[in-house]
Design a binder for this molecule. Sequence first.
Ligand SMILES: CC(C)(COP(=O)(O)OP(=O)(O)OC[C@H]1O[C@@H](n2cnc3c(N)ncnc32)[C@H](O)[C@@H]1OP(=O)(O)O)[C@@H](O)C(=O)NCCC(=O)NCCS
Length: 123
Amino acid sequence: MHWIDIVAAIAAQRHSGMVCVTASVDNLNFHHAIKLGEVVTLEASVNRAFRTSMEIGVRVTAHGNAKFPERKANSAYLTFVAIDGDGKPQAVPPVEPETDDQRRRYTEALQRREVRLQARRQE
Ligand SMILES: CC(C)(COP(=O)(O)OP(=O)(O)OC[C@H]1O[C@@H](n2cnc3c(N)ncnc32)[C@H](O)[C@@H]1OP(=O)(O)O)[C@@H](O)C(=O)NCCC(=O)NCCS
């Protein structure tokens, strides 16, 4: 989970060019266990940028061996907010999806944001 947060932060900071903080983590799914000694890779994508926040999707792949095949181990959606030196949220550049996958993630990110904002309003 720590690695997921780190790769998502790197993606958010590379996209925005600013320091970013984790606002929330949702849908952290554990699809398959990672066995001791396995190699994992983490891939992050900036699915969509809103005003000052960005949804980042992270996929963790476990690279198997003779006993365990390569498989998707975890996935998660995180929201990061770009901030200035005083911790004040700052506007971020938009995401321009190019591929079908990127367009799908872009569309779905808006639906997830609405669920998130509604949950935040009920806190
Ligand atoms: C995240 C943080 C900067 C937001 O500041 P805020 O004063 O609540 O700002 P706002 O209400 O104006 O919200 C700013 C953006 O954050 C988003 N946001 C705030 N809380 C959120 C949450 N829980 N989930 C998703 N998005 C959230 C808002 O939707 C808004 O997005 P938008 O500008 O793209 O529309 C502030 O709450 C904070 O610093 N939190 C602590 C962060 C932290 O310590 N993280 C862990 C270690 S890095």
